[in-house]
Design a binder for this molecule. Structure first.
Ligand SMILES: [Zn+2]
Length: 478
């Protein structure tokens, strides 16, 4: 648990915050790394049995890690939009679906605030749904959404980590001593899982139990009881074939990020650089009957994401068991850079607690998807469907299931420090469940209202016609 408040901690905090606001010292910069589709429990430093992330593990130990960080949504666009504006997915203009509503110009994004305050800003994104016209380009003087590669099966444009990290290193060099905010998005663990041949595999002692079972091929993208159509690689049907390749994609990201961390060493050593690492959502590996897919629920496989902060005076070697939302990135960056926080943000900044070692604010953390909502509080996580199973119209139009109705009901899990969790029968903790439900009810009421507000003002993403046709064919845009 957290150590008690001590005067020296308060003094350290005061010094750090004063220097954050001082114009005398060297300019401060931030690198935000978001990895697509990276579930927290597949990082070796988060307890995974395979050595997937040796470089990330070493790097993370130089800063502060969160055992229970949650993404706001299990889809790419809503989750990233929350980090960029500091609000839950129902409360921003991109909504709960993936790329069907753009992030409107009326939003104030992190990049806009920093650009207007004098920071150089650049983004390097590797997934077509985050590209120009999605609204994510707001505030970035350089928005690099070049996608030279193609996914294996559905031929969706993307960029592999090697090329994206090359661009990031070149961009950092070109900024030189100017203060900057760089957002690097890596796509590799997103399916289809096609790691480069050069990425090593795992030892036989790291085999996944039960990996030999064979799965049918699904007709749609849902992954419900089957390999999603877009994930199918050749004649591979064994569970372990897919899980092995997913883990090797993570290993690929780790190898590439090691190069980036090397190039940031000097700035981190001088205390003027804050590096933030997180993910937009996880990936199902059989949970709830779903395989190799995301977006269908807010299960822990979908929304428990890595989050760590390194540099900038952040306490080293610390792990925090208190649940936080990764959209706290928004306020934390502004605090580190001495900027005031806009009104209407829904997650507190973490910078003071990152420096002092004190526990961060322990408010409830919410999660959302098109089909479910969840709450993390009081050492537990409760999730439930957005609509009752009897509302068949709602379930039939669910974009992830292509007509399959998959209500998942309610589920309560105890969250252990350091990432483990255990399911608890709802009847075993009735007063706890009642309390969590009451808070979730209140959140859901205002979220539904906000969703309606934004839906009425929604604008579709602006796309060039070729990409629009491609995304439409893939079921991404209508
Ligand atoms: Zn994603």
């Amino acid at each position: 648990m957290e150590s008690p408040r001590r005067p020296w901690r308060v003094v350290l905090l005061a010094i750090a915050l004063a220097s954050a606001c001082s114009s005398q010292e060297a300019p401060r910069s931030v690198v935000l790394i978001t990895v697509d589709t990276l579930r927290a429990d597949h990082l070796s430093g988060m307890g995974y049995e395979r050595k997937t992330t040796p470089a990330l593990d070493v790097f993370a130990r130089r800063g502060t890690r969160f055992d229970w960080a949650f993404s706001t949504c299990s889809y790419t666009v809503p989750s990233h939009a929350s980090m960029m504006v500091g609000r839950y997915s129902s409360f921003h203009s991109a909504g709960l679906l993936n790329g069907q509503q753009r992030l409107l110009a009326t939003e104030t994004t992190l990049a806009e605030i920093l650009r207007d305050a004098g920071w150089r800003t650049a983004a390097i994104v590797s997934n077509a749904v985050l590209g120009s016209g999605s609204g994510f380009e707001q505030g970035f003087e350089r928005f690099d959404d070049e996608l030279p590669d193609r996914e294996l099966v559905r031929r969706m444009p993307e960029r592999r980590a090697h090329a994206a990290v090359d661009r990031a290193i070149a961009q950092i060099r070109s900024f030189g001593d100017q203060p900057y905010f760089l957002w690097l998005h890596l796509q590799d663990p997103h399916g289809p899982y096609t790691p480069p041949a050069s990425t090593p595999g795992f030892a036989s002692s790291e085999e996944v139990p039960g990996g030999d079972r064979r799965l049918p091929v699904g007709r749609d993208f849902s992954g419900y009881g089957a390999i999603p159509a877009y994930q199918v690689v050749g004649s591979e049907r064994r569970y372990s074939d897919y899980r092995d390749r997913y883990d090797r994609e993570i290993r690929t990201v780790d190898l590439e990020l090691a190069r980036l961390f090397g190039s940031l060493e000097g700035a981190i050593g001088q205390g003027r650089m804050l590096v933030i690492f997180t993910a937009d959502h996880g990936e199902a590996m059989g949970e709830d009957g779903f395989f190799f897919s995301h977006g269908h629920s807010v299960g822990l496989d979908q929304v428990h994401v890595p989050l760590f902060f390194v540099g900038g005076g952040v306490a080293a070697g610390r792990r925090v068991p208190v649940p936080v939302s990764n959209m706290s990135v928004f306020a934390t960056v502004l605090e580190f850079l001495g900027q005031s926080l806009p009104e209407r943000i829904q997650a507190p900044g973490l910078f003071a607690s990152l420096v002092s070692g004190e526990a961060p604010p322990a408010g409830p953390v919410y999660t959302e998807s098109h089909t479910q909502r969840g709450i993390a509080a009081a050492g537990h996580y409760l999730r439930r469907d957005r609509r009752p199973a009897t509302d068949t119209d709602f379930w039939r139009v669910s974009p992830i299931s292509d007509g399959t109705i998959v209500p998942l009901g309610r589920e309560l899990s105890r969250l252990r420090p350091r990432g483990g969790h255990a399911r608890r029968p709802l009847g075993e903790a009735t007063s706890l469940v009642t309390g969590l439900e009451r808070r979730l009810d209140a959140f859901a009421r205002s979220a539904e209202e906000a969703l309606g507000f934004h839906r009425a003002r929604a604008r579709p993403r602006e796309l060039d016609p070729a990409l629009r046709e491609e995304l439409r064919a893939l079921g991404y845009a209508h």
